[in-house]
Design a protein around this ligand. Structure first.
Ligand SMILES: Cc1ncc(COP(=O)(O)O)c(C=O)c1O
Length: 405
């Protein structure tokens, strides 16, 4: 893959950071946006904008059609059975909250168990904590090992006849561990337990096929998929959307409103209250086209190459501890350097134009398990090259010099 060509499609790379070329290694946090996505949003506002699903004038009809085109594209991209299974939210966090609130309200009672793992992002723990508080449920954590992965046996052992849902990450945003979702779904379906997958890191970097994975819910973060901020997606099997209550109430999600009763339409309308992030959803259609244009197989292959190159290079530096060493791993390298706080690492790297993230990455439980409060994280995207890793590696050496000399 020619990363120079890919980079040329992203206007941000024309900018210098502190006089240096931008080396963007923070895509797990949020990815950069190709020009086609930016232009699509601009065109929508310049030529096609209207609120959707309400008025009957030409602009409103066009805008509604454009919005629904994205739903259609996404349905095909993730191989959902129908567009009714695709709900637009403001981010993946809201998608998970939607499930926790509605499924929690209807199906989780005192003493019931919610099974998650120690790998989870706070977005896939805190919403379940609310259910624990409201309903008196119990949250069980499948332990991760020192390789930063969760053995499926750990999950199996925690399943009981009280388990009401398994909520699990597809790809850890700290250790990069890829979870065997299909096997977990097979295990869960023997006991008729639904599985929610936090697909924030899975969707931009793996092939995601809902029929193949078989999960009941899959949360997507569009801004990590070269798409606009303010858009998330909840995929949910229709059988759930038919029985779960609405999430937020207001305009756009009702069928009929009377003083003594309100009725609701089917999905996705029932779950999309208020004015939606119209331009961003329309812009997201170009992100899907961009990913499809490059090809998910090529993305996987390219990121694997860069990851392996990066791991090999970084492992040569004896002062570095890489957090986790999972067998099946995505393109994320979290690390610490002896004697240097991760925020200081990120600050020194920034001087070299290298953008990484430092902190607990919304995974305090996992960091605690690893015996640290924070880490530095370099995460890859389609635009990264081996040269980027070389700059990272040199910048890390500079950190060593500044702090450890
Ligand atoms: C694994 C994981 N889950 C959830 C989230 C939250 O995503 P969003 O910002 O779309 O709510 C993130 C974002 O960093 C993530 O990496």
């Amino acid at each position: 893959m020619d990363t120079k060509v890919i980079k040329s499609k992203f206007p941000i790379f024309k900018n210098k950071i502190k006089g240096k070329p931008l080396i963007y290694l923070d895509s797990a946090n949020s990815s950069q946006k190709p020009k086609t996505v930016i232009d699509r949003i601009s065109k929508f506002y310049s030529k096609e904008f209207s609120n959707i699903g309400r008025s009957v004038h030409s602009l409103a009809v066009t805008a509604t059609n454009r919005f629904e085109e994205t739903r259609d594209l996404l349905k095909n991209f993730i191989n959902a059975k129908s567009t009714e299974e695709i709900i637009f939210t403001k981010n993946a966090t809201e998608a998970i909250n939607l499930v926790a609130a509605t499924y929690g309200e209807k199906f989780i009672n005192k003493g019931d168990e919610i099974l998650i793992t120690e790998l989870e992002h706070h977005a896939n723990y805190v919403p379940w904590h609310f259910v624990r508080q409201r309903k008196g449920a119990i949250i069980k954590f499948a332990e991760c090992n020192d390789k930063g992965e969760v053995d499926i046996d750990k999950i199996k052992k925690l399943i009981t006849n009280k388990t009401k849902i398994i909520a699990i990450t597809h790809l850890s945003n700290v250790t990069g561990a890829i979870m065997p979702i299909k096997k977990i779904v097979d295990l869960a379906s023997e006991k008729k337990i639904p599985v929610l997958v936090d697909g924030c890191q899975g969707a931009p970097h793996l092939k995601i096929d809902m029929q193949e994975l078989g999960c009941d819910f899959y949360a997507i973060s569009c801004h990590k998929m070269y798409g606009p901020t303010g858009v998330g997606v909840l995929y949910a099997k229709k059988k759930w959307l038919d029985v779960l209550p609405p999430y937020q109430g207001g305009g756009g999600m009702i069928e009929e409103v009377k003083k003594d009763n309100i009725t609701f339409p089917g999905s996705p309308t029932k779950y999309e209250a208020g004015t939606l992030q119209t331009a961003e959803v329309v812009g997201f259609s170009e992100s899907i086209r961009f990913i499809e244009g490059v090809g998910i197989k090529n993305i996987i292959q390219h990121e694997k190459e860069i990851l392996e190159y990066g791991l090999e290079k970084i492992k040569k530096n004896n002062s570095i501890r890489i957090i986790g060493d999972p067998k099946n791993r995505g393109s994320i390298i979290s690390f610490t350097i002896k004697g240097i706080h991760p925020h200081d690492i990120a600050t020194i790297l920034d001087e070299e134009g290298v953008a990484i993230r430092a902190g607990h990455h919304c995974c305090q439980i996992l960091h605690e398990k690893m015996g640290i409060a924070a880490s530095a994280r370099a995460s890859l995207g389609i635009y990264n090259s081996k040269e980027d890793i070389d700059v990272l590696s040199d910048a890390i050496k500079k950190c060593n010099k500044v702090f450890n000399n």
